[in-house]
Design a protein around this ligand. Structure first.
Ligand code: PEP
Ligand code: NA
Ligand code: MN
Length: 618
């Protein structure tokens, strides 16, 4: 017989929003912190989030009643809602994002640094009374499976119900996380206020926010303070603020990596599974690759994550990865039946949309969802819209927030606590010139060199030139919580902990190379599986590669091009290496490394010197 706890020995269940009955020294520390933040921000009430379905439904219903969410027509989009932000609060605000490390050098030249004591003096008056008239929610969350060996936990206090319901999709929230805290697991403190206190009787805004915004990270004390914005990356603090900026610092100190990477399992026609992580700057198709539907027969992709991966060397000498998130916060425009059918299927219901257009039938629409454009819509700002309006109906950064488990091709074990061992790491940017479709690094150090050089062309490049480059090393420029040169060194150190024959192989990919006539040379999307197929056969050791001055290239006959027509001239151009242009590119790398005051590891300067040597001999 199963032993049962007599009912009268159990603590009474807390009522809606009440603090649960969990005791212990660590809980007392949390309670003291919550009380301190409440004393500062002066909310009308405090609500402890238990993570239940009933609680979530109540929070959604309240937001509809308050005019903050529009309930979509359940016939088309059950359990789904539309939020319209303030027109000024539509994206991450990198200029208002700060790293408040004790030493300025620890933030490095690519972050906005501010002294911790100084910024605390700035933040205190802003947060004083900032939650007046509002509910302060206490949201315990876990990144990674609750209690997992690679997982980390935190608590966000926030005065935004929209943030709470979004965090509930993007992470694992609720009372079981408090039990982890009570058991003594370290946790990160994150504080969020939209910065719009309500006077008694004052009518609330549909999207309260403040013109003044601060997204401040304290890496030495593992805290985040975010003021003035309700937008995803500024308000769902578990995501970019914690799982990337703060976690990258924890990873530096503990010997692992917090990365801006998708995570997939690729299954070959024989049924063998491989795991790939890939870093791309924003707007390079990361979510599309995460949900790839291969166009070549026999191949399958299972999605594990679309934005963040935590990578840790294991006892077995391999690099193990988890997706610490539990949902997708994806860009809607451009997501359609022809570009990402798996995402469209994921969004069938239970989705919070932000800043997309509303159809007269109570469903949503955005540019790229369907080929035909609806005759009338309500645009993302709530105004009537027709195709003649001459402006986008959905904001270009409009978003969907949806549970990962809804993805039709999610890996069955996507939330396994121990993660998956990586076979390959891909780095990609959006390059019209120079960078080949795919290139294999000669070893880990060369791979780190490639990662440190990820860039996208800001301007269309003319023939025989390189457009102005936006550098985005490892796609982490806005997300690395410490000095990027130290981060390069940390990548090299992590490589030292891997068994040389078990470390993931590193590749650079570029889906965006253009011909002299401005045409894309590669079809992209599902056909990117043809590149993945080559990568996996390299991992397997079943195809040779050709050495070039910039790394290992495929023999074109080894690419599976069955069923597509890539003209021979285009194929040659996709892999063309022009030594002159690459020597210029090497100069740009040296210029970029120069901003780090000599801190870039010598091993990467050696890679640069070796690259120039090979190019000059070519
Ligand atoms: C965000 O802006 O919150 C976000 C997830 O950013 P991105 O899509 O650029 O990674
Ligand atoms: Na700076
Ligand atoms: Mn991202």
């Amino acid at each position: 017989p199963t032993p049962t706890v007599p009912a009268d020995h159990r603590a009474p269940a807390p009522r809606y929003g009440e603090q649960p009955h969990i005791v212990g020294a660590a809980m007392a520390e949390l309670e003291t912190w919550v009380a301190e933040i409440a004393a500062l921000t002066q909310p009308a009430r405090i609500h402890w989030i238990d993570g239940s379905r009933a609680e979530n439904e109540t929070l959604l219903r309240e937001q509809v009643e308050e005019g903050k969410l529009i309930k979509l027509n359940p016939e088309w989009r059950p359990g789904s809602y539309l939020a319209r932000s303030h027109p000024s609060d539509v994206a991450r605000t990198e200029a208002r994002t700060f790293i408040a490390s004790e030493n300025e050098a620890d933030a490095g030249p690519t972050n906005n640094w501010v002294a911790p004591a100084e910024i605390r003096d700035t933040l205190t008056p802003l947060f004083r009374g900032s939650m007046r008239g509002r509910t302060m929610y206490v949201v315990p969350f876990s990144m990674g499976a609750v209690g997992g060996p690679l997982s980390h936990i935190g608590v966000q206090v926030t005065d935004s119900a929209y943030a709470v319901t979004s965090i509930g999709i993007m992470t694992r929230v609720g009372t079981e996380v408090l039990e982890q805290i009570a058991a003594g697991k370290p946790w990160v403190k994150t504080v969020h206020s939209v910065g719009a206190p309500l006077a008694p009787g004052e009518q609330d805004a549909a999207w309260p926010c403040n013109d003044e915004k601060y997204i401040v990270h304290f890496p030495d004390t593992l805290e985040v303070f975010s003021f003035g914005s309700g937008y995803g990356g500024n308000a769902i603090l578990a995501k970019k603020c914690f799982a990337l900026r703060i976690a990258s610092v924890i990873g530096r100190d503990e010997g692992w990596l917090a990365e801006h990477m998708l995570l997939i399992r690729v299954i070959d026609p024989k049924g063998k599974a491989y795991h790939l992580a890939a870093a791309f700057p924003s707007a390079c198709g990361k979510t599309n690759l995460a949900m790839l539907r291969p166009t070549i027969p026999g191949w399958r992709v299972e999605t594990l994550g679309d934005d963040i991966a935590w990578l840790r060397p294991g006892e077995d000498g391999r690099l193990h990865a988890i997706n610490p998130e539990a949902g997708f916060f994806g860009v809607a425009p451009g997501t359609g039946q022809s570009t990402n059918v798996a995402a469209i299927e994921t969004l069938w219901g239970n989705t919070i949309f932000t800043n997309v257009a509303l159809r007269p039938d109570g469903d949503v629409w955005w540019e790229g969802l369907t080929d035909e454009i609806p005759a009338e819509l309500t645009d993302w700002e709530g105004n009537p819209w027709t195709p003649a309006s001459g402006r986008p109906a959905a904001h270009p950064n409009s978003r969907f927030t949806v549970a990962a488990a809804q993805c039709p091709q999610i890996a069955p074990d996507w939330d396994a606590a121990e993660g998956v061992p990586l076979d390959a790491i891909l780095f990609g940017g959006r390059r019209a010139t120079n960078v080949p479709l795919v290139l294999e690094a000669t070893d880990w150090t060369h791979g780190v060199f490639l990662g440190s050089n990820i860039s996208s062309e800001r301007t269309a490049a003319a023939e025989g030139t390189v457009g102005e480059l936006r550098r985005d090393p490892f796609a982490m420029l806005p997300f690395c919580g410490y000095n990027m040169a130290d981060y390069f060194a940390h990548w090299l150190e992590v490589g030292q902990k891997l068994r040389f024959d078990r470390a993931p192989r590193v590749f650079q990919v570029n889906w965006f190379r253009k011909g002299a006539d401005g045409r894309f040379l590669w079809p992209g999307f599902g056909d990117n599986a043809r590149v993945i197929d080559w990568i996996i056969r390299r991992v397997d050791g079943s195809v040779p590669a050709v050495d070039s001055p910039i790394g290992r290239l495929p023999r074109t006959e080894d690419l599976n091009l069955d069923g597509i027509d890539v003209p021979a001239a285009d194929l040659a151009e996709l892999f063309a290496v022009d030594p002159e242009l690459w020597l210029h590119e090497a100069d740009l790398t040296e210029e970029f490394y120069g901003i780090f005051d000599g801190k870039v590891p010598a091993a990467l300067y050696s890679e640069l010197a070796a690259l120039r040597y090979r190019l000059k001999r070519a």
